[in-house]
Design a protein around this ligand. Sequence first.
Ligand SMILES: CC(C)(COP(=O)(O)OP(=O)(O)OC[C@H]1O[C@@H](n2cnc3c(N)ncnc32)[C@H](O)[C@@H]1OP(=O)(O)O)[C@@H](O)C(=O)NCCC(=O)NCCS
Length: 185
Amino acid sequence: MVLIGKQLQLSPMRDDDIAEVRAIELAVFPTPWPGSAYQRELNNNRAAHYFCLHRNRQVVGYGGLWAVGEESHVTTIGVAAECQGQGYGRAIFAALVNRSYALRANFISLEVRPNNEPAIHLYETFGFKVIGRRRGYYTDNGEDALVMWSDLIHAPQFKRRFLAIWDRLEIDGLGARPDDGFPSS
Ligand SMILES: CC(C)(COP(=O)(O)OP(=O)(O)OC[C@H]1O[C@@H](n2cnc3c(N)ncnc32)[C@H](O)[C@@H]1OP(=O)(O)O)[C@@H](O)C(=O)NCCC(=O)NCCS
C-alpha cells in the first residue's frame, strides 16, 4: 500500500499534539496512559522518542520508543479508529524502526496483547517474532503480554524487509533512509 504523501506529515510529538494524542488514546486503548504521561515523556525522559502522523494537520496516529542501550523498546503505537487499515500504523512503526537505526540500536522489543491481531500482524510484517510472555502483565484484566523481538536490525534479512516497506512510503518528514550497510563501530 502506498500512502498518498501530500497531506501526510510525520513529526516529533510536541506538547501541542498531546490533547489530540490523548483523544485517540482514550478511544483505542483499553488502559490509556494517565493524562500527564505524555508531558512527562516529552519533557522529562531523555530516552523517549515520540512521533505523530498528521493528516491535513490533524493527528491521526502516534508512536514512541525508549532508547535503552542497544535496545529500542516500543512503548506505544496508536491510530485513530476511523483511520485504521490505511497503512498509517505501518508508517508510524517504520518511523520507530528508522529512529532505532539512527540511535544505533541493535534490537527492538515490545509487548502486545495475545488477542491484538492487527498489531501482531503489523509487527510480523516487519519480521518481529514472539519470543516469550510476561505473565499477568496487563493491569486491567491480568492477561499475559506477548514479548516480540526484532532480532538484529542490521541483519540483511531484517533490513531488506524494512527498506522494502520504507521505500513504498510517501510521507513528508520521515527522515533519512538508513544506509544499506552494517554500522561501523
Ligand atoms: C495496531 C494499529 C496501530 C495498526 O494501525 P493501522 O493503521 O490500522 O495498521 P495499517 O493500516 O498500517 O496495517 C498494517 C498491517 O496490519 C494489518 N491490519 C490492520 N488492521 C487489521 C485487522 N483489523 N486485522 C488484521 N490485520 C490488520 C493490515 O492488513 C496491514 O497488513 P498488510 O501489510 O499485510 O496489509 C491500530 O490497529 C491501533 O491503533 N490499534 C489500537 C491500539 C493498539 O492496539 N496498539 C498496539 C499496542 S501493542
